[in-house]
Design a protein around this ligand. Structure first.
Ligand code: ZN
Ligand code: CA
Length: 245
């Protein structure tokens, strides 16, 4: 917390094709995005609308590439039931999951960009999964556009650090964070500002929050309330206290 949390990242690459065997440069570009986004040094942070300037936050968590483990496989897609996290199902078991963030890079399938395990679950499956096509920064015109700026991992690491979707996964639901407005539902694309909620009080929605579902270029902030929720994990008794040691 307060810039003192440093999280080693183990990247587990499962590949069948050459494209799935992403380069070290591609992986490092993802680590760089995580560091920018979690330290408010992303180049689009200045786009945060002024009505949110009082709540926009520098989370202050640093990510360090620890190691890259690569494994060739014959699987064409891995699904969302953790097969990639188990050596016995052809994947790779996590490395030191109570002290390192494990990131699995593989083809998930079904149009899924990524998924994460919330804090408090089994360490054997702890970590985040991001489809190989959406890891790191890629060209503006390539097949991974509009998810080409590494924000899938930012969003998934947000879940790994206990953040809920900003719309609370139901109509006008709660994300358990007080300083984020209530959203009707998920937003997609890059909504024009201001986008008003029809929920109680008709607030302007914070569509540029990493925990919405907008395109990568449409998301560029966390809030103080989200930071507080993440920070709590690293305190004594918190679900990720082992990462703070
Ligand atoms: Zn999500
Ligand atoms: Ca909220």
């Amino acid at each position: 917390v307060n810039g003192s949390i440093e999280i080693p990242v183990v990247v587990n690459v499962l590949y069948r094709t050459a494209a799935e065997n992403i380069s070290l440069a591609q992986i490092q570009s993802q680590i760089d995005v995580l560091n920018a986004d979690f330290n408010a040094s992303n180049s689009d942070y200045n786009l945060v609308p002024s009505i949110f300037s009082g709540v926009k936050a520098n989370v202050g968590i640093t990510f360090v590439l620890d190691q890259v483990i690569r494994k060739s496989t014959t699987k064409t897609s891995w699904g969302t039931r953790d097969a990639m996290k188990k050596t016995k199902s052809g994947g790779l078991n996590p490395t030191s999951p109570t002290t390192k963030l494990n990131l699995w890079v593989c083809t998930i399938g079904g149009g899924i960009l990524g998924y994460a395990q919330f804090p408090g679950g089994s360490s054997a499956t702890d970590g985040v999964v991001v489809d190989s096509k959406y890891v790191g920064v890629t060209s503006n015109t390539g097949p991974s556009y509009p998810y080409n700026l590494g924000r899938t991992a930012t969003h998934e690491v947000g879940h790994w650090l206990n953040l809920r979707h900003i719309w609370g996964d139901t109509t006008c639901g709660s994300d358990l964070v007080a300083d984020t407005p209530t959203h009707n539902t998920a937003n997609y694309g890059v909504p024009a500002y201001p986008h008003y909620s029809t929920c109680s009080g008709t607030p302007i929605e914070m569509t540029m929050n990493y925990m919405d579902y907008t395109d990568d270029r449409g998301m560029y902030m966390f809030t103080t309330g989200q930071k507080t929720r993440m920070d709590a994990l690293f305190l004594s008794g918190g679900a990720r206290f082992s990462f703070a040691q």
